[in-house]
Ligand binder design. Structure first.
Ligand SMILES: [Zn+2]
Length: 107
């Protein structure tokens, strides 16, 4: 998969799950966040959603279940990003490959 990274500033708001402040969003497909879009918290890898003012809100289990059924490919993608985030957090520097890690942003 070819990844095209795009960083967008969003109004500062806390992750509804872990409480860390997020003021940017990174898309690996060149998307800009818009109301109703889903995202993955860079800190805790939870699936979150943008509200009308691009603040982060929780996604209910019911909604996730619905997406699993209706949009399995979309959910596969979200899980891929969750793994990506978890790998970012877990890998200690000495275990990192020679590849350049993604730019650390305050997303
Ligand atoms: Zn979080």
């Amino acid at each position: 998969m070819k990844l095209k990274q795009r960083d967008t500033r969003i109004p500062k708001s806390p992750c509804p799950y872990c409480g860390k402040m997020l003021d940017g969003a990174t898309s690996y497909e060149g998307h800009k966040p818009s109301p109703g879009c889903f995202s993955v918290c860079i800190y805790c890898a939870s699936i979150v959603q943008f509200d009308k003012k691009l603040r982060l809100i929780k996604v209910s289990d019911q909604k996730l279940k619905h997406l699993d059924t209706e949009e399995p490919r979309f959910m596969d993608k979200m899980r891929f990003y969750q793994r990506l985030v978890r790998d970012l957090d877990r890998r200690p520097p000495w275990e990192k490959q020679s590849e350049k890690p993604p730019e650390k942003t305050d997303v």
